[in-house]
Design a protein around this ligand. Structure first.
Ligand code: SAH
Ligand code: SF4
Ligand code: F3S
Length: 490
């Protein structure tokens, strides 16, 4: 077995600590690395051999934004990103661990890479993201996949170039692991190569302090940290100058933004107001936490035309007893009252949600409460999941009497309940003219493009791919339940 050098190892107790009062902001510069590189011909030669990289990202928007940083760091070394894994000399798998099937996808992927490693002994395989943050999973990855070369955690992205340097520098190619569990700091000025030129994710908070009992994220991402408002606005202004049409503010719980900052007048409402006051065409934000969603935020959304009238408001369950077991900090009634306040102030709002079925010992009555809530709220869209126990979370210790068949059947019943309202909602758009941000060539029909309406619904229509990145007017013609067909208005 190749030797493994541990620069840092994950620790469960460190990962769940929440004692830090001051958040340290560090300004990154990669000059040291670049100077070392220039002085070290051997490494330059090795990097010349390894000058293409491929990144595959799993998971949520936080991971997609991290991919852009990884891309930016490697691009700063003049390495070239390739879309075909076979052409890559460095492969990076950016993993997610939110449910077991996310882990399984990664295991299958690494299994397939073995063949490439056998063909090319210089190929470098790097793993990062949330999956490497838990001790047992990390140990499993190291033991079962001896051909993984470098592993780094969500807190160690800024070390990537140094890790690559260390790895390239060792003649016998020792394996390198750098996974820190810590409350975390904020690192500004990391380079980023964005995935597109029209819609950009902007982090506003990192980490999460909610510790919902089913969720691994507080462990993998550390303490909730708010970026300085000025740093966020600086990034938004740069994006605007580069011609971006849409900014999506990101946080596991955007409503907590500012609570850890010295200036207590900075809230998510004031930040959102400041961002939407910039001349940017579209502003979105993800994700909202029901009991912290303030009336001020509702007012700011109502006030700005450029804030999309789409709110992703995860409810997780409609049962008060399940919500309590999940440690969600609201009741069904409070959630519905919030929805009513939002709808009263923003009549055309589209609501979406996340729902988990099969939380340990969810009874039939508890599940029926979720169906009842879904019918009352009338969601425009939703993401639904079957509960998956995660190592180290409180819920993973619960004994569960509910069998898998019941869970699968409930999942189907929940989808059916959600789909009762979708056609009614969608129908209201037929023959209307909507603004659509064109995002890609349609997956199903190469002659069409796909775009996104204000409510996050996809519209497919005939148009030239040169319109990608533009906001165009489209007449909505046909409801396909999870998308629309439309016609470009010239
Ligand atoms: N911070 C966001 C999203 C976190 S993860 C929020 O609080 O809403 C995205 C979604 O994955 C969650 O909303 C939840 O519905 C789902 N999820 C998280 N952990 C899960 C688990 N162990 N099993 C099944 N679904 C889970
Ligand atoms: Fe997970 Fe809850 Fe935090 Fe969302 S709020 S990331 S579900 S712990
Ligand atoms: Fe997955 Fe980590 Fe996001 S677990 S959902 S990539 S925060």
């Amino acid at each position: 077995m190749r030797e493994v050098i541990y620069l840092d190892k994950p620790s469960f107790t460190e990962a769940i600590k929440r004692n830090q009062t001051n958040i340290n902001t560090i300004h990154y510069n990669n000059e040291t690395f670049l100077t070392n590189l220039k002085n070290n011909l051997k490494i330059s030669e090795r990097l010349a051999k390894n000058n293409t990289f491929y990144i595959k990202t799993h998971g949520c928007q936080a991971n997609i934004r991290d991919e852009e940083t990884i891309n930016g760091l490697l691009t700063s070394l003049s390495l070239k990103r390739v879309e075909n894994i076979e052409e890559a000399s460095i492969i990076i798998i950016n993993t997610c661990s939110v449910r077991e099937n996310a882990n399984n996808k990664v295991y299958a992927e690494i299994g397939n890479i073995k063949r490439l490693k056998e063909k090319n002994k210089d190929l470098v395989l790097i793993l990062c993201g949330c999956m490497v943050e838990t001790k047992d999973t990390l140990a499993n990855l190291i033991n079962k996949y001896p051909y993984i070369d470098i592993i780094f955690g969500t807190h160690n992205i800024d070390s990537l170039l140094n890790l690559l340097y260390l790895y390239m520098d060792s003649d016998n190619k020792k394996r390198i692991v750098d996974v820190s569990s810590k409350e975390g700091e904020i690192i500004e000025d990391l380079p980023a190569t964005r995935n597109n030129k029209y819609s950009a994710y902007v982090n506003i908070t990192f980490g999460c302090d909610k510790f919902c009992t089913y969720c691994i994220v507080p462990q993998t991402r550390g303490k909730e940290r708010s970026r300085d408002k000025e740093d966020i606005l600086k990034e938004c202004k740069l994006l605007l100058a580069e011609g971006y049409k849409e900014i999506i503010l990101l946080g596991q719980n955007v409503d907590s933004y500012g609570k850890d900052l010295k200036d207590q007048n900075i809230t998510f409402a004031s930040l959102l107001d400041a961002v939407a006051s910039l001349p940017i065409k579209r502003v979105r934000f993800l994700t909202s936490y029901p009991s912290e969603f303030s009336d001020e935020v509702i007012e700011v959304i109502a006030k700005h035309d450029n804030i999309m009238k789409y709110i992703h408001l995860p409810v997780q369950s409609g049962s008060n007893s399940v919500l309590k077991r999940m440690a969600r900090r609201y009741t069904k009634e409070e959630y519905i009252a919030l929805v009513e306040r939002i709808k009263a102030r923003i009549p055309n709002v589209a609501l979406s949600t996340d729902i988990i079925v099969g939380f340990p010992n969810e009874s039939e009555e508890e599940f029926l409460d979720t169906l009842d809530l879904v019918r009352k709220v009338k969601y425009a869209s939703a993401f639904t999941f079957i509960y998956s126990p995660r190592e180290g979370t409180a819920a993973a210790k619960l004994k569960d009497k509910i069998n898998d068949e019941t869970k699968v059947a409930r999942f189907k019943r929940l989808t059916d309940a959600l789909e009762e309202y979708y056609p009614i909602y969608n129908e209201s758009f037929i023959n209307t003219i909507q603004e659509v941000l064109v995002t890609s060539v349609s997956k199903k029909d190469k002659n069409k493009v796909s775009g996104v309406m204000f409510n996050n619904k996809i519209v497919n229509f005939n148009a030239d791919p040169s319109l990608i990145g533009e906001i165009v007017k489209v007449k909505i013609l046909e409801d396909k339940l999870y998308s629309f067909n439309g016609e470009l208005i010239k």
